[in-house]
Design a protein around this ligand. Structure first.
Ligand code: GTP
Ligand code: MG
Length: 423
């Protein structure tokens, strides 16, 4: 069924999960809240939730065949458009389920890809999402290619982006498009990397964290910018960098990044690698946590997992327990603090804890700086300019033809100036 206008008709969805009572510590029901939030972010109305408890999944249809029939009946009753599974489905499972339920069936990865597709703004983000969607769709032989055969009518969840022409998917064209996208992205990425390298003399700080944790709110509070803040998932897809002046006058570069989620689709991690590259190059990460979430600890683990996946696990990190204004009861905060004694409690919304963040950053900067005395001939303008540009001059006086400068300098600059070093 084609819908022509999403604003008139929001797709009606049923959420389905299988609880194998396995390693999930909090039970499938809790994760459903996140799936429901994802579904709402994608523009759907959640009509019902179905959980099946079974020791292991059904290989052909994920849920048992009896359950699939039950879902089909429920969907008919509730006039549902789409059934969303809280897990990844194999292409064959989707086919079998669509056959059994007679409705569009999408999995969690497809839902997340769809949200990324609707939220992408910059050219780079759009290309990255299109690549991720194509990589996802290729083995599935479905929903491809509106670019080449633009189709009529509206589009629903899971059908935005690379298109939906069902059967006549041209894999050859799709593969060519993948290659073109990769080439185009490589160009953009090379340019971005040059920009990142050019900034590398500055101390760079990146905000990372679970989606909706409050990264952009904190970015705005710290650097006075006006990034998009919304109570929905994946509002930010592009890395934005702004100058943040610390209270002591030192300037750092602060970057806001795309949010992470548990089981972030690997196609997205691969496509967004370049965007995350900025994180890779940061001197310090500020890991923002929604301390008000009952799943804060699992979210911390999920973020650390993604950081590991992109080889960032060794970048120095300060944990920020955000949204403390939501915690009426101090106990959860005390528990987090016991688990993470170095963490800083903050409220980005109420601008609380910002000074502590600034001093933690300044402290980290100091650890990577040295206070040194340099004796530089006044004729050496290049060295004097380097000191003024990269460091903080604490005092200077002229002795004949030699400028005696005491300065705080990043360790990597100290090495370059060692010939002038005294004391
Ligand atoms: N109560 C409260 N709400 C907050 C705080 N910080 C952020 N929020 C709210 O949390 C929601 C998400 O904030 P964002 O700053 O967009 O979060 P984000 O981490 O950038 O999210 P994505 O870009 O989607 O990954 C918004 O509704 C914010 O107003 C806080 O300290 N307290
Ligand atoms: Mg954001």
């Amino acid at each position: 069924m084609k819908r022509t206008n999403l604003t008139v008709h929001r797709e009606r969805a049923i959420l389905v999960g299988v609880d194998t009572a396995g390693p999930r510590p909090a039970g499938a029901g809790d994760y459903f809240d996140e799936l429901a939030q994802l579904a709402r972010t994608a523009g759907a109305v959640v009509m019902d939730r179905v959980v099946q408890r079974r020791p292991k999944i059904d290989v052909a249809t994920y849920v048992g065949t009896g359950k699939a029939k039950e879902i089909a009946d429920l969907a008919l009753d509730l006039d549902v458009d789409v059934v969303i599974f809280d897990n990844d489905l194999l292409p064959a499972q989707v086919r079998n389920l669509e056959e059994a339920i007679k409705l569009k069936v999408i999995d969690r990865t497809e839902l997340i890809l769809d949200i990324f597709a609707t939220h992408a703004r910059s050219k780079q983000a759009k290309l990255q999402v299109e690549l991720a969607q194509l990589e996802y769709a290729l083995p599935r032989l479905k929903r491809m290619w509106t670019h080449l055969s633009r189709q009529e009518g509206g589009v629903g969840i899971g059908q935005r982006g690379p298109g939906e022409k069902q059967i006549e998917v041209d894999r050859r064209l799709a593969r060519k498009r993948v290659a073109d996208l990769k080439r185009e992205l490589a160009d953009i990425e090379a340019r971005k990397l040059r920009e990142v390298a050019a900034r590398s003399q500055n101390f760079t700080v990146a905000l990372v964290g679970y989606t909706n944790a409050g990264k952009s709110t904190l970015m705005n509070a710290l650097s006075g910018t006006q990034e998009l803040v919304e109570d929905r998932l994946f509002s930010t897809l592009d890395t934005k960098t702004h100058v943040w002046e610390l209270p002591d006058g030192q300037k750092v570069l602060l970057s806001d990044t795309v949010g992470f989620i548990r089981d972030l689709p690997h196609q997205l991690v691969a496509s967004f690698h370049a965007t995350l590259e900025e994180v890779l190059h940061a001197d310090l990460l500020l890991h923002v946590v929604d301390a008000g979430s009952p799943h804060a600890e699992e979210q911390i683990d999920a973020v650390n997992g993604v950081l590991k996946e992109i080889s960032c696990q060794n970048v120095p990190t300060v944990l920020l327990l955000n949204k403390t204004d939501l915690l009426e009861d101090r106990l959860p905060l005390q528990i987090h603090m016991r688990l993470h004694p170095e963490a800083i409690p903050v409220s980005a919304l109420r601008r609380e804890g910002l000074e502590q963040i600034a001093s933690a950053v300044a402290r980290r900067m100091r650890e990577r700086q040295a206070e040194i005395e340099l004796h530089v001939p006044v004729t050496n303008g290049r060295a004097l300019a380097l000191i003024a540009d990269r460091g903080r001059i604490l005092s200077k006086r002229l002795e004949g033809e030699v400028m005696i400068v005491r300065a705080l300098l990043p360790l990597r600059e100290v090495a370059k100036l060692k010939e002038f070093r005294k004391g």
